[in-house]
Design a protein around this ligand. Structure first.
Ligand code: DQA
Length: 139
C-alpha cells in the first residue's frame, strides 16, 4: 500500500527516492511474491480516507498482511495508525529513504507502534525486504 505522492516516484526528488517508478516497484513486488508463493495486490492513494478504507477492507478481502509506505501520513496520521491497530492484520512499515537521517519532523512515525516492524532507507529494497519479512512472519 502506497501513500501520498508515491505515484510520482521516478520524477519526484530522485536523489532521495531513486529513479524507479511506482509501476516498476509493483512489478518487482509481484515477481518476488511469485517466488515466495504468495499473491500481492498493490494500491496507491493520495487520500487518507481511501487508505483507511483499504486497511479496513484487508480482512474482508482476506489479505493476510499489509506492507505500507504511508508517505507523509506516517508523520501525521492518527487515523491510519488506528485503522492498522483496529484490523489486527500484521503490517510492515517501509520507507524508501532513511527517515531518521532526514528532517526532524520525519523522525516520528505514528504507525511504528502498531506494526510488526519497520524498514527504512534501502530504496526499492525496503519494500522487497518488507514483503519477505512479512511472509516469514506469517509462516
Ligand atoms: C517516505 C518518507 C516520508 O517522510 C515522505 O513523506 C514520503 C516518502 C519514504 O518512502 O522515504 O513521502 O515514506
Amino acid at each position: 500500500m502506497h501513500g501520498p505522492n508515491l505515484n510520482l516516484l521516478g520524477l519526484r526528488e530522485p536523489e532521495i527516492y531513486g529513479s524507479t517508478t511506482l509501476v516498476k516497484i509493483d512489478e518487482i513486488l509481484k515477481s518476488d511474491a511469485q517466488k515466495l508463493q504468495v499473491s500481492v495486490t498493490c494500491l496507491q492513494s493520495n487520500h487518507e480516507g481511501v487508505l483507511v478504507d483499504k486497511i479496513h477492507s484487508a480482512r474482508e478481502q482476506q489479505h493476510q498482511g499489509i506492507v505500507i509506505n504511508a508517505g507523509a501520513y506516517t508523520h501525521t496520521s492518527v487515523a491510519i495508525r488506528d485503522a492498522i491497530s483496529a484490523v489486527t492484520v500484521p503490517t510492515v512499515e517501509v520507507h524508501l529513504s532513511n527517515i531518521y537521517t532526514r528532517e526532524e519532523f520525519r523522525h516520528h512515525s505514528y504507525i511504528a507502534p502498531v506494526v510488526i516492524g519497520q524498514i527504512s532507507g534501502f530504496g526499492v529494497d525496503s519494500y522487497r525486504l518488507g514483503l519477505k519479512a512479512l511472509v516469514n512472519y506469517l509462516s
